[in-house]
Design a protein around this ligand. Structure first.
Ligand code: 5AD
Ligand code: SF4
Length: 434
């Protein structure tokens, strides 16, 4: 029996798929190279925006056709599963099982029930030990960086966001468990970890997030620690101090602002003003210049005026983010923003998005160009598409590097090398070995 998992969404979902793979492996399934070869297909879904949901339904449509041709078990996991629960069976009766985000350890049982041809197998309960997944079961994808859960869920209630519903309230993994997993990963050869959570900086698993970072950084052999994602209201002076003073923390900070208008931020339920956000970024002090800064923006939130949007553009100019992720507001089921009057035309929303993204591209290019001529450390992540002396690597600041070595040269996967930046585009840097 072979399985195939298709994953959408964030790193939390990527990592959940690694956990699902590990459980299937233990159950005797082998990975399939493609969906067509699989006896069991799991869609690990995202529901953050409507577009993500459409993609899932389109794959489900294709799988219905396939199920007419051959025996196939179809399971839906992830945020759409948690959000829709058994309503999914109504919309797509060919689904065999639905697995919620807080019940992933129940996968083997659901698979067995589906194989025994039980109908509409579902578990979307919240298990209190979901975040205590046994790390030795996880089957990691072949990446240079290992993902490590530290907290699940979110206690904020941003009015546009499905996550509090789809991932539940915060559950913190004890710091001893996190450190034990990191130690093992380093023994297995990893030099880089990424701590994961919907809101890592509210971590309280026996110590706070700054303390967890410091403790993890004491592990010999670990080189870079990354983390995602953070809420500005939990970004403390203490944490900023740790980030700038601890050399093992990769100098990349993703701190979502969402909007540059206080009125919009209030309606979004973000609980900060633009000035308060900027003040918190300022906690980085002199160390800030070493950091690559990144953020998320939502444009076209209900009631966003031209002036509100100009505020967002102003924030972009003030902070000069090295990179940002921006999206048009997407109404989500069960969220408070759904009831807000939204009379902006789709054209205005997408025009605002284009303006924001065009300006960000210029800023990213400027920030990348400033690196030309510099020598940086970069970790080898894979070889290029042709394998002919082209390597893909990442700098500590999480910038993509296309590294040219000439044919025949072998570079060890996961190692850091010193590279000299020769050219910069908005999406990657070109480099050669120093
Ligand atoms: N519409 C558009 N973007 C959203 N995000 C979250 N919810 C929505 C929504 N309903 C964006 C936010 C968040 C990122 C992960 O996705 O910017 O930070
Ligand atoms: Fe998508 Fe959010 Fe769920 Fe991640 S947590 S998969 S971004 S809805």
């Amino acid at each position: 029996m072979k399985f195939f998992i298709e994953t959408w969404g964030c790193q939390m979902n990527d990592h959940d798929s690694e956990k699902l793979s590990g459980m299937l492996d233990k159950q005797g399934f082998a990975p399939a190279a493609s969906q067509e070869e699989a006896d069991l297909v799991i869609l690990n879904t995202c529901s953050i925006r409507e577009k993500a949901v459409h993609k899932v339904y389109s794959v489900l449509g294709r799988l219905r056709e396939e199920k007419l041709q051959r025996p196939l078990i179809v399971g839906v996991a992830g945020c759409l599963a948690q959000q829709e629960k058994d309503a999914l069976f109504k919309r797509a009766p060919h689904i065999d099982f639905v697995l919620g985000t807080m019940a992933i350890q129940q996968l083997p049982r659901l698979v067995e029930e589906a194989r025994a041809r039980h109908k509409r197998v579902i578990d979307t309960q919240q298990y209190p030990d979901n975040h205590l997944f046994p790390p030795e079961v996880t089957q990691r994808r072949d990446t240079a960086k290992a993902l490590v859960t530290i907290i699940e869920g979110c206690n904020h209630a941003c009015t546009y966001c499905v996550v509090p519903t789809t991932r539940g309230p915060e559950r913190h993994r004890p710091y001893e468990d996190v450190l034990a997993e990191v130690r093992q990963l380093v023994k297995d050869g990893y030099r880089e970890v990424e701590f994961l959570g919907q809101n890592v900086n509210s971590y309280q698993g026996g110590c706070n997030f700054a303390e967890l970072l410091d403790r993890a950084s004491e592990i010999d052999g670990l080189e870079w620690i990354r983390f995602t994602t953070s809420h500005p209201m939990n970004f403390t002076r203490e944490l900023a101090q740790t980030l700038v003073s601890n050399p093992k923390i990769a100098p990349f900070l993703h701190l979502p602002i969402q909007s540059g208008s206080d009125a919009v931020l209030r309606r979004m339920g973000r609980h900060y003003t633009v000035d308060q956000y900027l003040e918190r970024l300022g906690y980085l002090g002199e160390g800030r210049s070493r950091f690559s800064l990144s953020t998320d923006f939502i444009v076209g939130f209900p009631g966003e005026t031209d002036e509100d949007f100009e505020g967002t553009l102003r924030v972009l100019e003030t902070v000069k983010y090295d990179t940002s992720f921006s999206f048009v507001y997407s109404p989500r089921p069960g969220t408070p923003a759904l009831k807000m009057k939204d009379d902006l035309s789709p054209e205005i929303k997408s025009e605002r998005l284009s303006r924001l993204q065009a300006r960000q591209t210029e800023l990213t290019l400027t920030s990348n160009r400033a690196l030309v001529g510099q020598t940086l450390e970069a970790r080898i992540e894979s070889h290029g598409p042709t394998g002919q002396g082209l390597w893909l690597a990442r700098t500590a600041q999480w910038r993509n590097v296309h590294l040219k070595t000439g044919e025949g040269r072998q570079l060890p996967f996961g190692e850091t090398v010193r590279v000299k930046i020769t050219e910069a585009g908005p999406h990657f840097l070109r480099a050669e070995l120093d």
